[in-house]
Design a protein around this ligand. Structure first.
Ligand code: PLP
Length: 369
C-alpha cells in the first residue's frame, strides 16, 4: 500500500511510521555517540548502558525487578525480538495461540518457527476476549500465546481481567506468554498500561517485547528488546546472536538517553496522539466510515460496508487512486481474508497538516455518494 500510495501521490495513512521529527535530545545523543566513536559491535545481547537504562525504567514505572545482565536481549527492533523468541522457544508442531485480528508479522513468525497457530477472535465492537473460546484454544500442545496490548490494528487495550484470564491459562497449561507492548505509552482516556509480566506468577513465563520505534518516533533505528527470565533469555540470546549479532551500537547509546526523558515527554506524546486520533475519527466519520474508537496505539480500524465495494482490497485501491489516501486492507489482519473484507485500517501518527489534507481528500467520498 505504501508503494501504491507513492505511485499515485496519495497521503499515506497505511504504514505506522511518524512523518514528524524525533525528539532533538535523542538525535543529538546519536550524533554524539557516532562522534565518540561508539561505532563497533556492542555486546551481542545489548550495550550495558542501554540495558541499565531499561532495567531502571521497568523498576521506576512498573516496580518490576529486571536484572540487566540476565533478563534483557537488545535486538534489531521488536520485529527481531519476536522472531528470535519464537525460534528460541517453539518447536515445530507446537501450537501458538494468536488473537485475531493480529499484527501481520505474527503469522509469518509462526510459520518460520514451525508453529501451528490457533486463532482466537477479538469480538467487535469493543474487541473483547471471550474467555470460553480462549480456554478451548489451550491444550497439551500449546507452547505459547501472543498478546499485543495496546493493540495494532484494533486499538484495543486489554483489561486487567482479560490479562488475568490469560495468565491463569498460561499457568494451568505451562505456556509462555509473548507480549508485544510496543505502544505501552500510547493509551487514551487516562488508562494506564499493565505489563503482563507484572501480574502474579507471570515474570518467569512471559517474554515482553518492545522497542524504541513508537515511543520515540524512530522506527528506522531498529532498536528493540526482549525481557524474559534468565532461562528464556539465554535461549533468545543464542538465536539473536546468529540472526543479527546485535543492534546498532550508537543508537543504543542514544536509546539510553531516550529512556531517561522526563515524564512530561510521555504525557505530551499521549496527548498529541489523542488529539490526532480525534481529528482522524471525525474526518472518517464524516466521510462515511464506521470507526472503532481506539483506546490505545495509533490506528483506527474502520467498517467500510457503507460504501458498497465487494472487498477491502478493491476499496483500498479506489481510495488511493481516486481519493488520494492510503490505508491497509482489513484482510491482512485475519487468517481468513473474508473476515476483514469490509474493513480498512488507518494510522494517525502523522502531522496535523497531513491529517487535515487527508480530511479534505476523504470528503470527496461524500461528494461521490
Ligand atoms: N509490533 C507491532 C504491534 C507493531 O505495530 C509494529 C510496527 O508497526 C511492530 C511490532 C514493529 O516494530 P519494530 O519497529 O520495533 O520492529
Amino acid at each position: 500500500m505504501s508503494r501504491l500510495a507513492a505511485k499515485h501521490d496519495a497521503i499515506n495513512l497505511a504504514q505506522g511510521f511518524p512523518d514528524f521529527a524525533a525528539p532533538s535530545e535523542i538525535k543529538e545523543a546519536a550524533v554524539d555517540a557516532v562522534r565518540r566513536d561508539v561505532n563497533q559491535y556492542a555486546i551481542t545481547w545489548g550495550a550495558k548502558s542501554f540495558r541499565d537504562a531499561l532495567a531502571e525504567r521497568y523498576r521506576d514505572v512498573y516496580a518490576m525487578d529486571v536484572d540487566p545482565e540476565l533478563h534483557l536481549t537488545v535486538t534489531c527492533g521488536s520485529t527481531e525480538a519476536m522472531i528470535s523468541t519464537m525460534l528460541a522457544i517453539v518447536d515445530p508442531g507446537d501450537e501458538v495461540v494468536v488473537f485475531e485480528p493480529f499484527y501481520e508479522n505474527y503469522g509469518p513468525d509462526a510459520i518460520l518457527s514451525g508453529a501451528v497457530p490457533r486463532y482466537v477472535k477479538l469480538h467487535e465492537p469493543d474487541w473483547h476476549v471471550d474467555t470460553n473460546e480462549l480456554e478451548k484454544a489451550f491444550n497439551d500442545k500449546t507452547r505459547a500465546i501472543i498478546i499485543n496490548t495496546p493493540n495494532n490494528p484494533t486499538g484495543k487495550v486489554y483489561t486487567r481481567a482479560e490479562l488475568e484470564a490469560i495468565a491463569a491459562l498460561c499457568q494451568k497449561w505451562d505456556v509462555i506468554a509473548i507480549t508485544d507492548e510496543i505502544y505501552e505509552y500510547i493509551v487514551y482516556g487516562g488508562a494506564r498500561h499493565v505489563p503482563l509480566a507484572s501480574l502474579d506468577g507471570m515474570a518467569d513465563r512471559t517474554v515482553t517485547i518492545n522497542s524504541l520505534s513508537k515511543t520515540y518516533s524512530v522506527t528506522g533505528w531498529r532498536v528493540g528488546w526482549a525481557l524474559a527470565s534468565e532461562e528464556l533469555s539465554s535461549a533468545i540470546r543464542k538465536v539473536h546472536d546468529f540472526l543479527t549479532v546485535g543492534a546498532a551500537a550508537p543508537l543504543q547509546e542514544a536509546g539510553a538517553v531516550a529512556l531517561r526523558l522526563p515524564a512530561s515527554y510521555y504525557d505530551k506524546l499521549r496527548e498529541g496522539y489523542e488529539v490526532r486520533r480525534d481529528i482522524l475519527v471525525k474526518s472518517l466519520d464524516q466521510a462515511g466510515f464506521r470507526c472503532y474508537l481506539p483506546g490505545g496505539a495509533y490506528y483506527i480500524m474502520t467498517d467500510i460496508s457503507g460504501f458498497g465495494f465487494p472487498d477491502d482490497v478493491s476499496f483500498g485501491r479506489h481510495l488511493i487512486e481516486k481519493v488520494g489516501v492510503a490505508a491497509v486492507p482489513g484482510s491482512s489482519f485475519y487468517h481468513l481474508p473474508e473476515d476483514g473484507a469490509q474493513k480498512l485500517r488507518f494510522t494517525f501518527c502523522k502531522k496535523r497538516e497531513t491529517l487535515d489534507a487527508a480530511a479534505k481528500r476523504l470528503a470527496k467520498l461524500t461528494e461521490e455518494a
